[in-house]
Ligand binder design. Structure first.
Ligand SMILES: O=C(CO)[C@H](O)[C@H](O)COP(=O)(O)O
Length: 224
């Protein structure tokens, strides 16, 4: 079993003191920084861009930065985020005209590549690109906002994707994003996820370490 990764979504961080808040969550035991990019076009919200990613790198953040592009089109942002220090870049298949080209662009930029599926998006876009993927992200809420409830049908979809990954033989992480909490993380992991994005569950609590430790304790139940 590969190690579980916890990736706090900075959508719920304190933007007025973002560097300090990212440091705090990493010092509390987070593995990866999840960076939500929204364009008020592909999703009905507007967040942060490559300048903020670069600012985090300049501030001294060395952990992997996992950029989730909720933008359309994607290619220009892929190049800009790679230059700004992104480690992983994921995007939604319906946000590009040329899926394979956009994935190749991420790889050529030196980043890990991933595809993101909304709760209602079918999985057939995976058919011909598994060899180019490092991550598959299943959204367990409709994208755009933090603090929503986990959509239960994601569990079946996770099981389905887990089987596809196993059958492919490729080393692909299965990430889940939306409504992930201490009390459902074990069930989500049991369905196949190994990378957990959590925003409000972590940043809305005063003690990030306590939440992350509690999440790891829940995950450890699966390992024993
Ligand atoms: O991509 C996102 C929304 O589009 C966020 O990462 C996600 O919703 C995390 O927030 P929370 O853990 O509060 O549900």
């Amino acid at each position: 079993m590969r190690p579980f990764l916890i990736a706090p979504s900075i959508l719920s961080a304190d933007f007025a003191r973002l560097g300090e808040d990212v440091d705090a969550v990493l010092n509390a035991g987070a593995d990866v920084v999840h960076f939500d990019v929204m364009d008020n076009h592909y999703v009905p919200n507007l967040t942060i861009g490559p300048m903020v990613c670069k600012a985090l790198r300049d501030y001294g953040v060395t952990a992997e930065i996992d950029v989730h592009l909720m933008v359309k089109p994607v290619d220009r942002m892929i190049v800009d985020f790679a230059k700004a220090g992104a480690s992983i870049i994921t995007f939604h298949p319906e946000a590009t005209e040329h899926l394979d080209r956009s994935l190749q662009l991420i790889k050529e930029s030196g980043c890990k590549a991933g595809l993101v599926f909304n709760p209602g998006t079918p999985l057939h876009c995976l058919d011909h690109v598994m060899d180019k993927l490092d991550v598959i992200l299943l959204m367990s809420v409709n994208p755009g906002f933090g603090g929503q409830s986990f959509i239960p049908s994601t569990l079946d979809k996770l099981r389905q994707v887990k089987k596809l990954i196993e059958a492919s033989g490729y080393d692909i992480r299965l990430q889940v994003d939306g409504g992930v909490k201490v009390d459902n993380i074990a069930e989500i992991a049991a369905a196949g996820a190994d990378m957990f994005v959590a925003g409000s569950a972590i940043f809305n609590k005063p003690d990030y370490k306590e939440v992350i430790d509690d999440m790891r304790s829940e995950l450890a139940k699966l390992e024993s």
